[in-house]
Design a protein around this ligand. Structure first.
Ligand code: NAD
Length: 476
């Protein structure tokens, strides 16, 4: 597939290519141009040329285009999901959910377009003021490979509705779904140049987006180290920055929880998308009174997961997205064994055999009794490995949950209202779920605390973050 700049497919100036492989089979699916800073400059020119026309449309007109795009996405959801599974690895049923989630995001923003207003402030004898929201201008979006479709929706939905134009860079392993979606948006009536997709590496295309002087806001989702690099690169210019970074979400299960429901919550919370989700359950703290039965039930469920090529029917978990991701996870688990920092209850290695050898499959893994300083607890585990710790009481659970540099999400599984309130008040995270984990519908603001980032996506909060106020002061 080709890059999409100014509503047209283009090879880019350099004519070098990036291979896109299926992580389940190692087979080449397609190739995309390896973009350069010149391609970013062309995309910015295209975005700039259409900026004033797009900005002048009413929010309702822009919303209608998003709504049409959502309808086309729903009509083509099976084809889109197949592309997503083939480039990313997730099971087809998860890919379908993600594509439908993208459509829901566009529908949500199309829906609020009719209700978004400004403000009138009456100052008595001093005069009256009218406050309106204006788009920021050209925005840059840099997205990761783990949920490429959903995260593209989180960025383009509010940005385009607010009247901005955009240059978006997908991750190198998952560019195909973004390119296909951009073509659908153009077909839905988006004027050429409003959304441009430039493929290529982070160092070349990503940094050129961050550094381009006409790009006034950067919305980045990805690793903390990359986020920090982007923050430093952008610091020389006055740019608006949204950084949605890593997480190490704790899940707390109290002794009054519905155990079977919590077991299913932990299973989905950790192994969905092969554990490669920012808000996955990454540390599990179970009350000691129920930990034995809980762990046993969870182990049985984990061992029942069917791992394989996501395109095959009945698959619960696909491969990891790349060899590098699998190596990183294997390294963390091997350290546990080498340093005697925990006990592997199940899994703990790559899957082998004729169906697995060409892909990047890793066994769904449970590790118990993990030492507090182990990397499994201090770093983000971006794969299908779950450390479980038994805790004597809620105080300890909260203390351990907060022993992290991250603060994206957290959940508590309980039937007690007082426990819920304490966790909500005391655990440091942008979202606290009760008897649920991982779900982020378009209506709710989403983003982290501490090293999990700055800024919020989703909801009307994100729409505001893609605009700035402008005030008319009438001194009668
Ligand atoms: P990554 O930081 O390696 O890559 C993300 C994107 O940044 C890619 O498009 C990449 O090409 C680009 N990039 C890399 N170096 C760059 C540079 N120097 N300048 C500009 N762009 C650059 O992250 P990843 O491995 O793709 O994603 C996984 C991470 O994303 C995990 O830490 C996960 O928790 C996080 N994540 C966070 C959220 C959230 O909303 N908080 C959501 C999903 C994923």
């Amino acid at each position: 597939m080709l890059m999409r700049i100014g509503g047209k497919d283009t090879e880019g100036v350099d004519r070098r290519w990036i291979d896109v492989m299926n992580p389940a089979t190692g087979v080449l699916i397609d190739r995309v141009p390896s973009g350069t800073p010149d391609d970013v400059a062309h995309a910015v020119d295209a975005a700039d040329a259409v900026s004033s026309t797009w900005k002048k449309k009413s929010m309702r007109e822009r919303g209608i285009i998003l709504f049409h795009a959502a309808r086309l996405v729903r009509e083509q959801h099976k084809d889109l999901a197949k592309i997503l599974t083939m480039e990313q690895g997730k099971p087809l049923k998860e890919a379908i959910d993600e594509v439908r989630g993208f459509a829901s995001i566009l529908e949500f923003y199309a829906g609020i377009s009719a209700h978004t207003t400004g403000e009138a402030i009456r100052l008595g004898p001093a005069g009256d003021c009218m406050v309106v929201h204006e788009p920021i201008g050209i925005c840059g979006a840099i997205i990761p490979w783990n949920m490429p479709v959903l995260i593209m929706g989180w960025k383009i939905g509010p940005a385009l509705l607010a009247g901005n134009t955009m240059v978006l860079k997908p991750a190198s392993t998952t560019p195909l779904s973004s390119l296909k979606l951009a073509a659908i948006l153009d077909k839905a009536g988006l004027p050429p140049g409003v959304l441009n997709v430039v493929t290529g590496s982070g160092e070349s295309v990503g940094e050129a987006i961050v550094m381009h002087p006409l790009i006034k806001k950067i919305s980045f989702t990805g690793d903390c180290t990359t986020g920090e690099k982007i923050r430093r690169l952008a610091s020389g210019q006055l740019k608006d920055l949204s950084l949605e970074l890593g997480g190490s979400d704790p899940m707390i299960v109290m002794d009054d929880a519905e155990i079977d429901k919590a077991v299913e919550g932990a299973l989905r919370g950790r192994f969905y998308n092969a554990g490669q989700t920012c808000t996955a359950v990454k540390r599990l703290y179970v009350h000691e009174k129920i930990s034995k039965i809980f762990v046993e039930k969870l182990r049985v469920r984990v061992e029942s997961l069917k791992v394989g090529n996501g395109l095959e029917p009945g698959i619960d978990m696909g491969p990891m997205n790349s060899a590098g991701q699998r190596e990183r996870i294997a390294g963390m688990v091997n350290e546990i064994t080498d340093k005697c920092e925990g006990k592997i209850l199940t899994g703990g290695c790559s899957l082998t055999g004729p169906s697995y050898d060409a892909g990047f499959f890793y066994h769904p893994t449970l590790v118990s009794d993990v030492s507090p300083g182990a990397r499994l607890l201090t770093d983000e585990i971006f794969g299908p490995v779950l450390p479980l710790m038994s805790v004597p009481d809620l105080d300890t659970a909260i203390q351990e949950a907060n022993r992290s540099r991250y603060g994206l999400g957290a959940s508590v599984w309980t039937t007690n209202l007082a426990t819920t309130k304490r966790v909500f008040d005391e655990v440091h995270a942008g979202i606290i779920w009760v008897n649920r984990h991982i779900t982020v519908p378009p209506e709710i603001p989403f983003g982290g605390m501490n090293e999990s980032g700055i800024g919020r996506e989703n909801g009307s909060h994100a729409l505001e973050s893609y605009s700035r106020t402008k005030t008319l002061f009438l001194g009668w």
